[in-house]
Design a protein around this ligand. Structure first.
Ligand code: BES
Ligand code: ZN
Ligand code: ZN
Length: 465
């Protein structure tokens, strides 16, 4: 993976090229105050800071400075340096005025490439470096956030053929090894007995791609206990309720929730948050074969309730149900799950906003505040209990899907809620984990959406500074 730590450096007075970041609205005034040569060059480029070029190079003898514009130079967004970072040649740069702040993250992420499957590598050996005058801790945290985001992107982008449940386990194993803890993996007979829903959903996959529950525990016993759960459907064909081609095309990303959960666990452990962490990743392939689970099958969940399979394409909530039940058994004070759970969440909120559900207003509002503070937006949706009746079954306790497409992300969340008691604070993020159209620093493909928001919520909650 990109070595982000090389791309952000503490300012110790090293030589650096200057980047002038000017407010868009004050650009004309700024240009007027520049020396005649700069003015002539900016005018020759017809650079007005609003359209056309992203930046202009100002020659300085054999060297140069850079001028670019931003919406608000006093409060930089994470992405306002991304175009520069992706375009400037290798060198050390610093801002003429002020600190990059949040924009340092975009500087780093703009230089990450997923070129595993390109015979000619895209990324230069060494990209442009940015100098910051913050404390070392800030640099380390930015680097770790970039690494976590890149990890989500890479895992989601990896084709399903190369990222089945076993490879997801391997990714978790690396993270566990870095933190010096063991992984616990439940599969085979133990899975069928202890986690019947995970076994049922994963039952059609080939033996090399057998279903499993991946668990990691870290932190001091006695510290507040939290659980992070992620949907790890390594490919979602829909099962016997097969998806049409258009709906199946992106389903390598259906382990996006697991990727978020893994990356979040890594962030929590690297920051040494004073919590006892339990990470749970149910990993399956929702495939089609003679051993596939069927519409109409009834499975007794780990919790003991009987679930009728109305639709084999509503598999994520089934595997999460058993994982949540396991998480609850340790009585954590907080559970957060991430899942690419419904198309309905996308219809409601579009690709950028993870639909966020919480069983307490307090938790919902701290997540929303944190999400705004770190520019990682999420939007709350209601756990509207009257809709629970949409999950009724004629012969079992309830069904895994509603027979109307209305409020699809709410009924999915209500299904999960059946497995989390009210006394445990719980948040559920129905995230897209994908970007359909590139933006600066954010290529088309796998994406972390809601990850930084939840990490910020957790640091606010547990790191009293
Ligand atoms: N993985 C999908 C949800 C999904 C689809 C997320 C497209 C992002 C983009 C999930 O397993 C699924 O298929 N959900 C169904 C549920 C339905 C059958 C009740 C859906 O949303 O249509
Ligand atoms: Zn599905
Ligand atoms: Zn799915």
């Amino acid at each position: 993976m990109t070595d982000f730590s090389q791309l952000l450096a503490a300012d110790r007075g090293q030589k650096a090229r200057t980047i002038h970041l000017v407010d868009k609205d004050n650009f004309a005034g700024w240009v007027k105050r520049r020396p005649a040569e700069d003015r002539a060059l900016i005018e020759a480029h017809r650079f007005d800071g609003k359209s056309g070029f992203a930046f202009v190079i100002l020659p300085r003898g054999g060297d140069f400075e850079v001028v670019s514009t931003v919406k608000n130079a006093a409060e930089l967004s994470p992405w306002c340096l991304a175009k520069l970072a992706a375009s400037l040649p290798e060198s050390t740069y610093k801002l003429a005025k002020g600190e990059p702040g949040k924009a340092a993250l975009g500087w780093l992420l703009a230089q990450h490439r997923f070129d595993e499957y390109r015979s000619k590598k895209e990324a230069p050996e060494q990209g442009p470096r940015l100098m910051v005058t913050g404390e070392a801790a800030k640099i380390d945290e930015t680097v770790r956030l970039a690494e976590a985001t890149a990890l989500v992107r890479d895992l989601v982008n990896t084709p399903a053929a190369d990222l089945g449940p076993a490879q997801l386990e391997e990714a978790a194993r690396e993270i566990a090894a870095d933190a010096g803890v063991q992984l616990r993996v439940t599969s085979g007979k133990a899975l069928a007995e202890g986690f019947p829903l995970i076994a049922a959903v994963g039952g059609a996959a080939s033996t090399e791609r057998a279903p499993r529950l991946i668990e990691l525990e870290w932190g001091k016993l006695g510290d507040p206990q939290i659980a992070i759960v992620g949907k790890g459907v390594c490919f979602d064909s829909g099962g016997l309720d097969l998806k049409p081609a258009s709906g199946m095309r992106l389903m390598k990303k259906d382990m996006g929730g697991a990727a978020h959960a893994l990356a979040l666990a890594r962030l929590i452990m690297a920051a040494r948050l004073p919590v006892r962490l339990h990470l749970l990743i149910p990993a399956v392939e929702n495939a089609v074969s003679g051993t596939a689970y069927r519409p109409g099958d009834i499975v007794k969940s780990r919790k003991g309730t009987f679930v009728e399979v109305d639709n084999t394409d509503a598999e994520g909530r089934l595997i999460l149900a058993d994982a949540l039940t396991k998480a609850v058994e340790d009585k954590p004070e907080l559970i957060v799950d991430f899942a690419t759970l419904t198309g309905a969440a996308r219809v409601a909120l579009g690709p950028d906003l993870p639909a966020t559900f919480a069983n307490s207003d307090d938790l919902a509002s701290t997540i929303e505040q944190a999400s705004r503070a770190v520019d990682d937006p999420v939007w709350r949706m209601p756990l509207w209990e009257p809709y629970e009746e949409m999950l009724k079954s004629d012969i079992a306790d309830f069904a895994n899907a509603s027979n109307t497409p209305m409020a699809g992300c709410i009924t999915a969340a209500l299904f999960l809620k059946k497995f989390v008691p009210d006394e445990i604070s719980w948040a559920h993020l129905d995230t897209y984990a994908w970007r359909d159209a590139a933006k600066p620093g954010r290529p088309k493909g796998g994406e972390a959406l809601g990850l930084r928001a939840i990490f910020a919520m957790l640091t606010g909650r547990y790191l009293q500074l």
